[in-house]
Write a protein that binds this ligand. Structure first.
Ligand code: URA
Length: 186
């Protein structure tokens, strides 16, 4: 896919029929944030609240994400937040590989526009799509990877932390690492 400017990319996502998820969605969730963000967070896909509001990470997992950002001195307004798939998988199931494959060019295009210095994969779905298809989140989170000069790291998904609060501490260690790396950039 040739790279599109932001508005055209948004419209391509809005009218996309490349997989079946568009048939069951309420709203496409494009992503939002600072278009000049140095760091981009990537989740799995919209949940119920995000599907209803058309915005990423606005439900319980989103509130936790906001708190984790704040706790390391980052504001949600200064980062960019997107997802691997832009339409909600029914019942919040993990997106199928075919759905990820269909949607990933949009995320790549978004990354090209935002041009972040750091990408944070929230959870295994994002890490598998962006870093390595065999990514193991427990074993490989908190490690830096690099692609085309962009630093990439994965940590636990906030929804996984809500299910298992023991994941919060290691995830906060990862968030501190991310903030330190960001501070080094500026
Ligand atoms: N979970 C995700 O992966 N993305 C969202 O936008 C919300 C919850």
């Amino acid at each position: 896919m040739a790279l599109l400017p932001l508005k055209e990319l948004y419209l391509a996502c809005l009218y996309c029929t490349k997989c079946d998820l568009h048939k069951t969605k309420t709203h496409m969730v494009f992503g939002e944030g600072n278009l000049r963000a140095k760091v981009m967070f990537v989740g799995e896909g919209p949940g119920k609240d995000e599907d209803l509001q058309g915005r990423p990470f606005v439900g319980r997992a989103g509130q936790l994400l906001n708190k984790m950002l704040e706790d390391v001195g980052l504001k949600r307004e200064e980062v960019y937040i997107a997802n691997v798939v832009k339409c909600r998988p029914p019942n919040n199931r993990v997106p199928l590989q075919s759905e990820v494959d269909a949607c990933l060019p949009y995320l790549r295009n978004q990354v090209a526009i935002i041009a972040p210095k750091i990408i944070v994969c929230l959870g295994a779905t994002a890490a598998k799509a962006i870093i390595d298809k065999n990514f193991k989140i427990t074993a490989m989170r908190g490690q830096w990877f690099e692609r085309k000069g962009v630093k990439i790291i994965a940590t636990y998904h906030p929804a996984a932390i809500l299910r298992d609060p023991e994941k919060l501490e290691p995830a906060m260690e990862d968030f501190k690492k991310i903030k330190e790396e960001l501070d080094k950039l500026s």
